[in-house]
Design a protein around this ligand. Structure first.
Ligand code: 13P
Length: 248
């Protein structure tokens, strides 16, 4: 059995006050969460504060992005070794918002995956198609291309050190969730593609679903064979909603 994981991606949200309330709310509700790992990914600047608030809890900590560089003249960037240094365990790489809004290419994401892995942190590799790509029947091609960039750079075995998050772009922040069958179909494709290269890695790798997951739809999504948890945006900003997903 694969361990399930529910990770909250807070994106560009929060303040000292709101984060204090949110983390306390999640931590207080964790006694009801059984058998799934839980992690939260705050904006960089709040990571040390959140880490303090998480002391004594089982909740993991992650960042939303990372540079592929180790150190040097890269103004504004944050490295994987820094994230490790301040106590992160996870790093989201290749989120569709980084790809769409900041021009991140497949090969950039692959380098970030490599940099994260090199530090012994767990990359959460986001893949997923645009609505237009789905409508053109290109979903599998797009997801395969995004995975292949990482496999080409790091080899298929490297996927066992990370987590994959399938996030159809048309379902992110839109309230339009993929149906459990639609999601399962792509998750099975991803696992099958990896299995063709290494069955062991395919069996082990956690594949999360992300895109308008909420307390009402999480259970049926997570019940699917190849869905091992979720990457949660909007619903991770309210403790009750996030906990409802974690207990689903
Ligand atoms: P929403 O849950 O708000 O749709 O966002 C999903 C997401 O992008 C998580 O990374």
């Amino acid at each position: 059995m694969r361990q399930t994981l529910v990770a909250g991606n807070w994106k560009l949200n929060g303040s000292k006050d709101s984060i204090q309330t949110l983390v306390k709310g999640i931590a207080d509700g964790m006694s009801a969460v059984n058998g799934t790992a839980v992690a939260i990914c705050p904006p960089y600047v709040y990571i040390p504060m959140v880490q303090n608030l998480l002391t004594g809890t089982t909740i993991g900590l992650g960042a939303q992005d990372v540079t592929d560089q180790e150190s040097g003249a890269y103004t504004g960037e944050v490295s994987a070794s820094m994230l490790k240094d301040i106590g992160c365990q996870y790093v989201i790489v290749g989120h569709s918002e980084r790809r769409a809004l900041y021009g991140e290419r497949d090969e950039d994401t692959a380098k970030k995956y490599a940099a994260t892995r090199k530090e012994g942190l767990i990359p959460i590799l986001c893949v997923g198609e645009l609505l237009e790509e789905r409508e053109n029947g290109d979903t599998e091609n797009v997801v395969a291309r995004q995975l292949d960039a990482v496999i080409a750079l790091e080899g298929v075995a490297a996927l066992a050190d990370g987590v994959i998050a399938y996030e159809p772009v048309w379902a992110i922040g839109t309230g339009k969730t993929a149906t459990p069958d639609q999601a399962q179909e792509v998750h099975a494709f991803i696992r099958g593609k990896i299995a063709a290269l290494d069955a062991d890695v395919a069996d082990k790798v956690q594949i999360l679903y992300g895109g308008s997951v909420n307390g009402g739809n999480a259970a049926e999504l997570f019940a699917m064979d190849d869905i091992d948890g979720g990457l949660i945006g909007g619903a991770s900003l309210k403790a009750d909603d996030f906990l409802a997903i974690c207990t689903a």
